[in-house]
Ligand binder design. Structure first.
Ligand code: ATP
Ligand code: MG
Length: 266
């Protein structure tokens, strides 16, 4: 199962997507990097068929995206308030389940299960608009993950979270697979593919470390390694590290931390 955006062209006042193409396989974790304003969010809207493309198309398994495919693709917006329109967190998370016709007992079970996974059980009776920004991010994520769309598109899912929630969200999304638009390089070691959006086009980054250095971004720090080991188990994690050519860095981190890129920001 694969969701693709093919040769997408889109403009607001100016063109943001100029022949952008990207595919996400079900269950795969794919990272989309790019500077502010480069079009990451726009690309996610395009993949969800939320904006009219001037040219190009969205496909699932090679077939044109149809209205009935909408439930297969879940988007978590960058600004959580864009997601909300219910009076309580419970109703917000329950909304899609109810729309999909689940009975109230199942709705309650599923809402409580995802709330517990994300540590937001105590927020269920609150007004979603009156939460802290980090809490809103978690509720927005829960409201999409709860109905288990085949493809999850998450826009900056770990921004403004404390360390506990940050790790939890990374773990959950990594297990599920998703297209994650982010500025946080900690996602990189967890991903099977890393893309960057540049001049309206999407390019795959083969040598991530080199690209980070060239863009004066910090090399991922050990939290990612920790999550990688916890999520996949030591053996698979090590295998993946070898496959992805992180071995050189792994050896370095055993003796000393990775070198900061010259003139690096952090
Ligand atoms: N509703 C809109 N109307 C007009 N221009 C817009 C609109 N939304 C976004 N843009 C412009 O489109 C470009 C791409 O925006 P987009 O939000 O997709 O970037 P981004 O990569 O997600 O940025 P960030 O990293 O800040 O989230 C920007 O130049 C932005 O100003
Ligand atoms: Mg954005």
């Amino acid at each position: 199962m694969v969701l693709c955006l093919e040769d997408a062209w889109f403009k607001y006042d100016e063109y943001v997507l100029k022949g952008a193409s990207i595919c996400v396989k079900e269950g795969e974790l794919v990272i989309l990097l790019g500077p502010m304003g480069s079009g990451k969010s726009t690309l996610l809207y395009a993949l969800t068929n939320l904006i009219p493309l001037e040219r190009g198309r969205v496909t699932i398994d090679g077939k044109e995206f149809r209205e009935e495919d909408r439930r297969k693709v879940g988007i978590v917006f960058q600004d959580p308030e864009d997601q909300f329109f219910n009076a309580t967190v419970f109703d917000e998370i329950a909304y899609s389940l109810r729309a999909l016709g689940f009975d109230e007992t199942t709705v309650k079970e599923k809402v409580e299960a995802i709330a517990s996974e994300l540590g937001i059980e105590r927020l269920l009776n609150k007004n979603p608009f009156k939460l802290s920004y980090g809490q809103k991010k978690l509720v927005a994520l829960a409201s999409v993950m709860v109905y288990e769309p085949k493809y999850l598109l998450a826009d900056e899912p770990t921004s403004n979270l404390d360390k506990f929630s940050y790790k939890k969200v990374m773990e959950l999304i990594t297990k599920k697979g998703a297209l994650v638009a982010t500025h946080e390089v900690e996602w990189i070691p967890l991903a099977s593919k890393v893309y960057v959006i540049k001049d309206g086009k999407v390019q795959e980054i083969e040598d991530v470390i080199q690209a980070l250095k060239e863009n004066r971004l910090p090399v991922p720090i050990p939290t990612s390694w920790e999550i990688l080991f916890e999520t996949l188990g030591l053996e698979r994690a090590l295998e993946l590290l070898r496959e992805r050519a992180y071995k050189a860095i792994a050896i370095k981190t055993q003796t000393k931390p990775p070198k900061r890129p010259a003139g690096g920001l952090r």
